[in-house]
Design a protein around this ligand. Structure first.
Ligand code: ASP
Length: 332
């Protein structure tokens, strides 16, 4: 049985005087999936490996922002190491489809002009987040699928990889267990391992990106929320940048990422606690419908926060004001 818990979520908000300071600010948050995470079942070694991977990704994004780089570049810099790390369900280490393949989804959005790119069902691109960005910058479209996306990619100079690169034994075992014991994806995975990043750069621009292998045993060309602009990813300089992880069908139905940004845009209180309340309210809607998962969010004011309704979410955040942390369980 799937148990849902409302987790404590954490807000980082700056005092009003700091927000008025002339110092340019930057902010970044990352995630590596949410789910039923039990501290007693995680070995110290495994925990250390996850924390190191999250810190490594956070550091890559931070370096871009602290050096005056763009939020878009920071999002890509943070997501690439997570795609390359088999601990996470994105790029290498993606979950298996019912047919025993790995089909990857990714999306990215630039809050400056709301330009966006997304791909679904790609099988040969080492870093799907880079292909999503190429769709944004070098095609007249927003969303490409399968073979067409690969054909577009072939002219873009992106690194490719053979099927063995993406396929890992633990993920294959999850599929086999799912089939043998007639389990759901949630029963075998215990967590959603999608990765994502959101960032604010010193120019005041926001960006968001998300990358995933989807859910174990997906079939019939199933597409989750991660590559759907508005559901798994959204960025708009007027409101916020959001990346989601969770049971994609519910996130699509609620339109989670855009719903949070829209509520923030029309809300009077776009600083401090208001951001957290809005994110929590939208995640509560996901829960009411029966879905679970979480989001990361940054605002134009530099707030970086999380909201999730699971017992844990692999996550991290850093800001120019000195915040620098990674965390896994809800109580952290
Ligand atoms: N949201 C993803 C999907 O539904 C899964 C995840 O977050 O890991 O495909």
């Amino acid at each position: 049985m799937i148990r849902l818990f409302v987790a404590a979520a954490f807000a980082f908000s700056l005092p009003a005087h700091a927000q008025e300071s002339a110092e340019p600010r930057w902010s970044i948050a990352i995630h590596g999936g949410a789910g039923t995470l039990d501290p007693d079942k995680m070995t110290p070694e495994r925990r250390a490996a996850y924390e190191a991977a999250l810190q490594n990704a956070l550091d890559a994004g931070k370096a871009v922002l602290a050096g005056g780089g763009s939020a878009m570049d920071a999002v890509k810099a943070a997501i690439i190491p997570l795609e390359d790390d088999p601990l996470f369900n994105a790029g290498r280490g993606s979950v298996f489809t019912w047919d025993g393949t790995n089909e990857l989804d990714a999306s990215i959005m630039d809050g400056r002009d709301r330009s966006a790119g997304a791909v679904t069902g790609v099988t040969t691109i080492k870093n799907p987040i880079l292909l999503a960005d190429k769709v944004r910058t070098d095609s007249p479209h927003v969303f490409l699928m399968g073979e067409g996306a690969e054909e577009f990619a072939s002219g873009q100079g992106l690194e490719t990889a053979p099927p063995e690169w993406f396929a890992t034994e633990p993920r294959r075992e999850s599929l086999e267990r799912m089939k043998a014991d007639r389990l759901s994806a949630f029963d075998v995975d215990h967590k959603f391992g999608t990765v994502g990043a959101v960032a604010l750069d010193m120019e005041g621009n926001l960006a968001a990106g998300t990358s995933t292998g989807g859910m174990t045993g997906k079939r019939w060309g199933r597409i989750g929320d991660a590559p759907v602009i508005g559901a798994g990813t959204y960025a708009d300089n007027r409101s916020c940048a959001v990346s989601a992880t969770g049971w994609g069908e519910y996130f699509i139905r609620v339109g989670v990422a855009q719903e949070i940004c829209t509520r923030l845009r029309v809300s009077d209180d776009a600083t401090g606690g208001g951001d957290q309340n809005i994110a929590d309210a939208v995640m509560a809607e996901v829960k009411e419908l029966g879905g679970d998962g979480g989001i990361i969010l940054v605002t134009p004011e530099g707030n970086a926060l999380y909201s999730f309704n699971t017992t844990g979410m692999y996550r991290g955040r850093a800001t120019s004001e000195g915040v620098d942390e990674v965390a896994i369980f809800a109580a952290e």
